[in-house]
Design a protein around this ligand. Structure first.
Ligand SMILES: Cc1ncc(COP(=O)(O)O)c(C=O)c1O
Length: 390
């Protein structure tokens, strides 16, 4: 049998975190004890009230097809939540629910972008952006995030890279992998760059909006005139430790929402009914667990940043949001991938090379602190020992 594939498959990337996880698992099968700091998945359990709501929903018979765009009560809860947190007026008709924010990103790109058009996106960034831009035949135009600028996006770079072919600007704040966040001032300057362009859409990935420390999360959609130009992507994975439930949403103009719904009808049909009911409980129920998780992340952030800064050749900024640190490792003399491989081999610690997030990630590593303080301390100790051997 000779299998042949569509040409478009040549343009689709993968994610290095899955490769690293596979390598780490292979070592574990050989009896090694690996500390996992490569995964972007909160180590907390999903709050009990959310789990109970899902179980009740199953017993109540919510096990059938539901409307493609999402059940009305969840879209209403999302509309209220986004209206309140972004200070804009969102209607349920402007919300599309999906199995994860990632799927909605995929459908958004399919709905909006023609081959040959250009998409601006942060670099380093979540690998799906570049992969999907290539997949739809568009041109990826990376906007560098500079360490000395706290990994925020400089609007001057956007101004420089905007052309008549630009169709979408992807923003991600708080940002994976750098932990940088865009301030209101940054967002105003970015919005000004596209103020005259009614053919450019901002896709604002705000999946880490609840995982912020000193500063509040700001959305570009909150700025005057920007709601109509923006698609907000958000979801339940990170805020409520619900990565495995697959539940996310997109907020956009009704006209775009109808196109996205058409894509849902033609792809996954609808999002799991009882998971959506659990989502209503997540948004409308008590929020203490979110607060507790963020408090715990904050403690871990202090420990990991100070520990990394003690390692020879490392220099680590404190991330303003997310549960990732992105230390500069140029002082070690290693390339990112070499160092990540060395640490897995010699220290039994799994981390990601910065290059997993684009070429501009060279000279950096990404470590997730969605792992216990005990694990983080142990990992730091083992990394220090391994680096001493060099
Ligand atoms: C920047 C970013 N966007 C989107 C996602 C995907 O979120 P979801 O689990 O809702 O698909 C992730 C997950 O790691 C992410 O880091």
């Amino acid at each position: 049998m000779v299998y042949t594939f569509a040409d478009r498959m040549k343009h689709l990337g993968t994610e290095a975190s899955f490769e690293t996880l596979a390598k780490a698992k292979a070592l574990e099968r050989q009896g090694k004890n690996i500390i996992h700091l490569e995964i972007g998945d909160p180590d907390f359990d999903t709050p009990i009230n959310i789990k109970e709501a899902a179980v009740r929903a199953i017993y109540d018979g919510n096990t059938h097809y539901v409307p493609a765009e999402g059940i009305y009560e969840l879209r209403e809860a999302i509309a209220n939540y986004v209206s309140k947190t972004r200070m804009i007026d969102v209607k349920p008709e402007e919300v599309v629910v999906g199995p994860g924010c990632k799927q909605l990103l995929f459908l958004t790109m399919l709905a909006l972008i023609n081959p040959g058009e250009e998409v601006l996106y942060p670099s380093p960034a979540y690998p799906a952006y570049e992969s999907l831009i290539n997949f739809v035949g568009a041109k990826p135009v990376p906007i560098p995030l500079m360490e000395e600028y706290d990994f925020r996006m400089d609007h001057e770079h956007i101004k420089e890279k905007l052309t008549r072919k630009t169709k979408v600007v992807i923003l991600n704040s708080p940002e994976n992998p750098t932990g940088g966040i865009l301030t209101k001032e940054d967002l105003k300057l970015i919005a000004d760059c596209i103020a005259e362009r009614d053919d450019v859409i901002v896709v604002s990935d705000e999946i880490y909006s609840r995982i912020v420390y000193e500063r509040e999360h700001e959305s570009i959609a909150s700025l005057p005139g920007m709601k109509e130009k923006t698609i907000i992507l958000d979801g339940f994975s990170k805020a409520y430790a619900m990565t495995g439930w697959r539940l996310g949403y997109a907020v956009m103009n009704e006209e775009i929402a109808q196109k996205l719904t058409q894509l849902v009808i033609n792809s996954h049909a609808c999002t799991c009914a009882f998971v959506q009911i659990a989502g209503i409980e997540a948004l409308n129920g008590p929020q203490d667990s979110v607060k507790e998780m963020v408090e715990e992340f904050k403690k871990r952030r202090e420990i990991i940043v100070s520990g990394l800064n003690k390692l020879k050749g490392f220099n680590c900024r404190k991330p303003a949001g997310t549960f990732y640190v992105f230390p500069n490792i140029k002082g070690t003399g290693f390339k990112s991938k070499e160092l990540a491989d060395y640490l897995l081999r010699e220290a039994d610690v799994a981390v990601l090379p910065g290059t997993a997030f684009g070429a501009s990630g060279e000279g950096y590593l990404r470590l997730s602190f969605a792992s216990s303080i005990e694990n983080i301390e142990k990992a730091l100790e083992k990394m220090a020992e391994a680096l001493e051997k060099l």
